[in-house]
Design a binder for this molecule. Structure first.
Ligand code: HDE
Length: 802
């Protein structure tokens, strides 16, 4: 037997035992110069420091449930027990160094995944440089292609799988990065992270969408618009997933698949795309009178916004705010656009969808690239349980809004979208909004529609984004630390260090430990009082049955022009319905909203005798607090009076006066608009004064209805060329028909006559949307004012004169 001194006799077995992954001595013996033994000793110390589960008792009882304690933790003197392997010190360019304690290195800004190929050679996904990207590998130049061609196979296989399932609803959309800035500390209302201090900045990603159309469908469909904002707060992700209308079609999640099946293209022939104007939609909604209020919004001009930047957003449901003291109030969320609420008119929306199906996507992108950043103020309508109980409607009913006259909207901060994505797919397509993503300080009400949504969004991402690790896709990863014991699954990105993936544990020093009530998310406890609230039941509260009061409120609060547009929209949509009984049923429902509206729609549909009004679900409804709310009109929010982001066509043709056109262009540009010279062709245009001028769009590639305003140039020869061009005359006719401003310079007044456009209104008043150059030098000023007002519906007639 070889001779060993005393210390070796003790250390060798300890070292050997510590290096084994199976079984161990009764007592860990620390051997200072041996890593395995040191790890064993430190691990033993960690586990021994937690002789029992100190917070177990606190898992029980109602009061404990209100304030869960933080989990017990102990720390080690070294980072060895937390390491998966002792060999982590053998770093390489790939494995890197052991991370600082407690850090998830995967959560850094998106810089860590941005890839720029400037000056780089083409490679395979394995980083092998590709010598020839033009030819597949063949046996001889005219011979068969070979299976061996791993470069071609990798390229084609990747391509074959480039598409992912589109969103089941809201498939068509566009998004941008930006920030939310809090106006003040709102600790008295909510402890939610974005509102902690005045001036606090929280990064956001917002996505706007239509609901019904498929991913490639047109932007300007008549539809509800999604308005979803992801707040990357320092206490985790908060997704406020709302719409551009404050109410919804249905009251219970149970009906959502029915609604969506009804509005989507009809299943037998998959038509129509991105449109509610068909039988199944109107069949369903006319049998669901609770949808009437939202139908009013949808048929109003809100259903065809001019731009994402000019629409309001709403959280729709009632949520709860929770402050530091645990006090709870109810809240409705509002987004108010800085540039005002502006919409299209139907004829314009239809034409735009043909000429530019990407109209809203392009508008959002161009505004941001131009520095005309879209901006909204976030507003809270805060109210108490007592107020809620006194309302004539139920605040858990998503078909009802809270009039601002009852609860004013207080502005709490602003959102600015100032950064376009680098890559549409990686960011806008893969972003995963989820109603269940809330942070401490925000909680849910018992709205039954909201409850269904809390489930649905997480569920849908699992199939859409291919598994449970969609939160690790860079656009979805929070900035706040993420540490938990969830492991594995498709496409797992993060590499968890150590062997502990459970809680409670002593081998990880108890970490990651439960945060407890002080730091963690605690659901607001709610006591159910009434007897009927204590039984499991499938039923709705009585007030949910008032289907018409707020539909009336909305209709009666619109201006006459808005009411006319609502009537025209019902007429159009229902005229597309093939089954007469469905049209009649809808008209009978409208009689419960407004008799004149029902009559107008019936007339437009050739229904000679009005059907009886639809029977109401509730005979006696509560008297509403108010019957008119001017804030529900689009006109209530004209915006900041600027022309930022407005598109203006300045028509040009050989023979116009170049300098005047250039002056107008410059004056509009400095005011923040996007003017374009639009001519018979792109490129140089000969001017009478010899001033160099280039058309950057043509009558053919950017028709007139794509612009917010039109400038007709000076110069008799040029005007004659325009007068002879039918497409140029369409510019004039469309601008007039769509009630948009026209500026008339010098000789071009004849163009109005040619199209039959009157300078004055039918009643002799001056048309404020037609600005004639009167030599005062104030024409651009006046035109800008007309442009800021956006539309001049005084001239509208049904049917249109021009
Ligand atoms: Fe959604 N909704 N929804 N929804 N919704 C989705 O989630 C759902 C509802 C809204 O830009 C889906 O990721 C149910 C109301 C927006 O990515 C899905 C119910 C409101 C977006 C889903 C509703 C919305 C969605 C499809 C009734 C306004 C787009 C893909 C219980 C407050 C977010 C996805 C984006 C998307 C389910 C009703 C807004 C399937 C079950 C009410 C803005 O999970």
């Amino acid at each position: 037997m070889p001779h060993l001194d005393n210390s070796s006799q003790r250390t060798v077995p300890a070292k050997a035992a510590a290096r084994s992954t199976d079984s161990g001595p009764s007592k860990a013996v620390g051997v200072s110069d041996d890593p395995s033994s040191m790890k064993a000793a430190d691990t033993e110390a960690l586990a021994a420091a937690m002789p029992f589960n100190a917070t177990k008792a606190a898992e029980h009882g109602f009061l404990q449930g209100l304030t869960p304690p933080a989990g017990a933790t102990v720390s080690s003197t070294s980072n060895l027990p937390g390491a998966s392997t002792l060999t982590e010190i053998n770093g390489s360019e790939k494995t890197g160094e052991p991370p600082p304690p407690g850090v998830n290195m995967g959560l850094r800004s998106l810089d860590r995944v941005r890839c720029d190929s400037t000056g780089q050679a083409l490679t395979t996904n394995q980083g092998v440089r590709i010598a020839d990207n033009q030819n597949s590998l063949k046996l001889g130049v005219r011979g068969p292609a070979l299976l061996e061609d791993f470069i071609l196979r990798e390229k084609i296989t990747h391509f074959d799988h480039e598409r992912i399932p589109e969103r089941i609803v809201h498939a068509r959309g566009s998004g941008a990065h930006g920030y939310f800035e809090s106006y003040g500390p709102l600790g008295h209302l909510t402890k939610a992270a974005p509102f902690k201090e005045a001036g606090k900045i929280t990064p956001v990603f917002a996505r706007f969408s239509t609901v019904a159309g498929e991913r490639g469908s047109k932007d300007t469909a008549r539809d509800v618009r999604g308005f979803a904002v992801k707040f990357y707060t320092d206490e985790g992700i908060w997704d406020l997933v709302g719409n551009n209308m404050p109410v919804f079609f249905i009251q219970d999640a149970m009906k959502f698949p029915d609604l969506v099946h009804a509005v989507k293209p009809e299943p037998h022939h998959a038509m129509p795309q991105a449109a509610s104007a068909h039988d199944t939609f109107w069949d369903f909604v006319s049998l669901m009178p609770e949808s009437t209020h939202t139908l009013m919004w949808l048929m109003s001009d809100r259903g065809i916004p001019r731009s994402y930047a000019t629409m309001q957003g709403f959280g729709v449901h009632t949520y709860k705010l929770v402050n530091e003291a645990g006090e709870v109030s109810f809240v409705k969320f509002h987004w108010e656009p800085k540039f005002g609420t502006h919409s299209l008119v139907w004829d314009e929306a239809v034409k735009i969808s043909g000429a530019d199906p990407d109209y809203h996507r392009r508008d959002l992108w161009e505004r941001i690239e131009a520095g005309a950043y879209p901006e909204w103020e976030l507003g809270f309508q805060v109210f108490s349980e007592e107020q809620a109980q006194a309302f004539s409607f139920d605040i858990l009913d998503a078909t009802k809004l809270i009039p601002e006259e009852l609860v004013p909207v207080q502005k709490v901060g602003r959102m600015v979208l100032n950064r376009n994505p680098d890559n549409f797919f990686a960011e806008t397509e893969q972003v995963a909004f989820c109603v269940a993503h809330v942070v401490p300080g925000i909680d849910f009400s018992n709205d039954p529609l909201l409850a269904g949504r809390i489930h649905s969004y997480l569920d849908t991402q699992i199939s859409r984004l291919g598994g449970p690790n969609f939160h690790e896709i860079p656009i979805n990863a929070p900035l706040a630390p993420v540490h938990n014991n969830q492991r594995d699954g498709m496409h797992r990105q993060s590499i968890a260090r150590g062997r502990v993936a459970y809680e409670p544990n002593s081998l990880g020093g108890g970490c990651p430990f439960q945060a407890g009530a002080m730091q963690g998310y605690v659901t607001v406890p709610e006591t159910l009082n009434a007897k009927e609230e204590q039984a499991k039941v499938r039923a709705k509260p009585e007030k949910f049955a008032d289907h018409y009061t707020q539909a009336q409120l909305f209709f009666d609060s619109q201006t006459p022009v808005e009411q006319a547009h609502i009537a025209a929209a019902f007429r159009f949509e229902l005229s597309k319905v093939q089954v007469p009984a469905i049209r009649v049923r809808m008209v009978s429902s409208l009689r419960n909203v407004s008799e004149p509206l029902a009559q107008r729609v019936a007339k437009g549909l050739g229904i000679k005798t009005l059907p009886d009004a639809m029977p109401m679900a509730l005979e006696h409804v509560a008297t509403p607090e108010i019957t008119e709310s001017p804030t529900l009109s689009l006109k209530a929010r004209p915006g900041d009076g600027s022309i930022t982001g407005r598109k203006v066509a300045i028509l040009v043709a050989p023979g116009i006066v170049g300098q005047t056109a250039i002056n107008v262009h410059a004056a509009l540009f400095v005011r923040g608009a996007s003017p374009r010279f639009v001519g018979p062709h792109i490129g140089p245009i000969e001017t009478v004064d010899g001033v160099a001028l280039e058309a950057d769009a043509s009558f053919e590639n950017e028709p007139g209805f794509l612009f917010d305003g039109l400038v007709l140039p000076d110069g008799a020869d040029g005007v004659a060329v325009l007068a002879a061009a039918g497409q140029a005359m369409d510019f004039v006719a469309d601008q007039y028909r769509h009630a948009k401003p026209i500026m008339v310079m010098g000789a071009s007044a004849v163009l109005l006559d040619q199209v039959g456009v009157p300078i004055d209104l039918a009643d002799g008043r001056v048309d404020p949307g037609i600005v004639v150059d009167d030599g005062t030098g104030e024409e651009v000023q006046k035109f800008s004012k007309a442009l800021a007002a956006h539309r001049h519906p005084e001239r509208e007639t049904d049917p249109p004169m021009v």
